[in-house]
Write a protein that binds this ligand. Sequence first.
Ligand code: AKG
Length: 299
Amino acid sequence: MITEAEIDQYHRDGVLFVDNALTNEQLQELQSVTANLIEKSGRITQSNDQYDLDAGHSATRPRLTRIKLPHLLDPIFWQIVRSKQVLDLIKPLINSEDIRLHTSKLNTKEPQGGQAVEWHQDWAFYPHTNDDMLAIGILLEDVTEDNGPLLAIPGTHRGPILDHSKDGIFCGAIDPQDPLFTPEKALTLTGRAGSLSIHHVRTLHGSAPNLSDRARKILFFECGAADAWPINGNSSTYTGMSQEALWLKMQDNIICGQQTRQARLKDTPVLMPLAPPPDPTSIFKVQQSGGAVSAFIKD
Ligand SMILES: O=C(O)CCC(=O)C(=O)O
């Protein structure tokens, strides 16, 4: 069960780390399903709607940056996000009984070079009518300083949304020269497999390349209060849908409680993720095609 001190810490810092959050059985099943999905990716040679391939990918040695929308690929992912272990943590943080999944992704950083994720705020990609939203990051393998841990800067969820554009194009990353960027204050979210991190949708975060000889695999569920409605023009799961498709999808994506027609409006800073980058299909493609300047790799 989450403690009052952890709830206060989340509201103060916009980030929380919970050791050993899953049971051994949950972790082992996630690891085994993930290993199968990665093996299957060996059959493809180009990124598609399930996999984002990394340089050097081959049938015998699959290298991925991401398994996309894993909750659509195997029932275990829904079981985990709806489990008591997860709901007992997120309900008090979102402060709602009605919670909807925004999206899921399983980010893999392959040994010796798995890609960096440049510093960003998730809210810059998908602003909603209110910001009672967060990302859960479940560690599927041990995460250490040298295999590309998630880094997050406490308190940034209470500040502005920094500019995530380059030459007028949304590039999904802040400028490392932004005067409001203070990487020296970042927390490094390392821990044992089965632990998880939670960061608020406005918390500034990123991660360095994987320099170790061990893969780094983190399963992310992004979710929020069901009365947070996506703002048209954002880059969300719901972009470009008919009204009917959107309404059905929102109901399908309910984690607990119900989808409401109420949209709760909160005064939050919003910068729309426009103009769109040439390839908006994943954060890696947004950052590459939008021309993001790396904070991790110096020329
Ligand atoms: O995988 C990571 O280290 C960060 C992932 C992330 O922030 C994202 O995909 O939005």
